[in-house]
Ligand binder design. Structure first.
Ligand SMILES: Cc1ncc(C[n+]2csc(CCOP(=O)(O)OP(=O)(O)O)c2C)c(N)n1
Ligand SMILES: [Mg+2]
Length: 272
């Protein structure tokens, strides 16, 4: 288990490498990459069981980035953990790259599930967890959903399935960054009480700051002590574009051309 200082430092490194990667490409889903950095740090820095040198290791825990457009943040995490060389990040979206913008399990070492069509990751998590159960394995499956993504009805079918079949080893994070592609969640399709919704579906649910590695780690630990046979939902209360004030404040920070000067300024600040 890494100390929280290490998890904070790891999150900072993930953020820096993600920005560098997006800067090289010149555009991308910047906002939704930034808001999952701390959760990725906690999962890959402390919580998950995996072997970077053997990504297909049978006894690994699984991770699904259901909001697959956040791929670059996951790729930066995997590179920093040694799944592949960090300089692969310079090839994002280039012809024949192993790092497309969205997650592709057939291309990228360490990516377990292909995503990008929103709404499907939780169903896949359920299937993996059911498989673990049938085999009597104690592994976990972690999935990050977008808050906009939660408008997809399939999530709620999957939520119902998970509680009915007591899939206690599913941990779903909702990146509650308050925005989706077309604007603010409350204007486009309001989510209401997201924690309460998961509880109503028979889940253990809690809400934490999505930018606080210690809080995220503690929330996972507490959930695992208290959930009984319930699947676990952790709502990440956060800000789209988090960690870089200029990104946070942009009118539209979902997908944009990343100005090299702004990227360098952000990187320098994070490196300081
Ligand atoms: C099924 C489906 N419908 C629409 C899209 C287009 N799309 C890509 S990202 C996005 C917004 C997602 O918002 P959210 O889940 O909140 O992601 P984040 O804020 O983390 O970027 C949409 C609608 C898609 N990828 N898949
Ligand atoms: Mg969102």
């Amino acid at each position: 288990m890494e100390s929280d200082n290490n998890l904070k430092a790891f999150a900072n490194d993930i953020r820096i490498e993600t920005i560098k990667c997006l800067k090289k490409r010149g555009f991308g889903h910047v906002g939704g990459c930034m808001s999952i950095v701390e959760t990725l740090s906690v999962l890959y820095g402390s919580v998950m069981k995996y072997d970077a040198k053997n990504p297909q290791w049978e006894d690994r825990d699984y991770f699904i980035l259901s909001k697959g457009h956040g791929g670059p943040a996951l790729f930066a995490t995997l590179a920093l953990k040694g799944f592949f060389p960090v300089n692969w990040l310079d090839t994002l979206c280039e012809p024949k790259t192993l790092l497309p913008s969205h997650c592709d399990r057939l291309r990228t070492p360490g990516v377990d599930v292909s995503t990008g069509s929103l709404g499907q990751g939780l169903s896949v998590a359920d299937g993996i967890a059911k498989g673990f159960k049938i085999k009597g394995k104690d592994n976990w499956v972690y999935v990050i959903l977008g808050d906009g993504e939660c408008a997809e009805g399939q999530n709620w079918e999957a939520a119902q399935f998970a509680s009915h079949f007591k899939l206690s080893h599913v941990v779903a994070f909702v990146d509650w960054n308050k925005r989706q592609v077309d604007g603010y969640i409350n204007d486009v399709m309001s989510l209401g009480d997201i924690e309460g919704k998961f509880k109503a579906f028979g889940w253990y649910a809690a809400t934490v700051s999505g930018s606080d590695t210690e809080a995220i780690k503690t929330a996972i630990e507490n959930a695992k002590k208290e959930h009984g046979e319930m699947p676990i939902a952790i709502v990440l209360d956060g800000v789209k574009g988090s960690g870089v004030p200029e990104f946070e404040e942009m009118f539209d920070n979902h997908f944009f051309n990343l100005d090299a000067e702004l990227a360098d300024k952000a990187i320098a600040r994070l490196e300081a």
